[in-house]
Design a protein around this ligand. Structure first.
Ligand SMILES: [Zn+2]
Length: 104
């Protein structure tokens, strides 16, 4: 028998009558390359890059590994987690909020 559990809360979704929702996500790099701006060409990035490469060789900085070009994901969700996902797919509520209120 195939066992299912909610990928968010861990609830057992195997018992008969338990609703299970499948979430499929795909993320990929946007096809159009970013256009260079005029100011990008005016700054001297060669010197910056040389400094960066020196720091890399000296082990002072770690080369960031690029994210995959495309990633497909699949999740099983219980009805509660599915409902919460639909309300806030990017979990914006979990992000820190900054208070921009004026100093009155
Ligand atoms: Zn759940």
């Amino acid at each position: 028998m195939v066992h299912f559990s909610c990928d968010l809360c861990g609830k057992d979704l195997t018992p008969e009558g338990t609703r299970r929702f499948v979430l499929k996500m795909e993320a990929f790099a946007a096809p159009a390359p970013a256009l260079l701006q005029e100011e990008d060409l005016q700054d001297d990035h060669v010197e910056d890059m040389a400094r960066y490469l020196q720091a890399l060789e000296a082990g002072l900085v770690q080369e960031p590994s690029p994210p995959p070009e495309r990633k497909q994901m699949r999740f099983d969700l219980c009805s509660d987690c599915y409902r919460r996902f639909l309300q806030d797919p990017l979990r914006r509520d979990a992000l820190p909020r900054f208070n921009f209120s004026s100093n009155n």
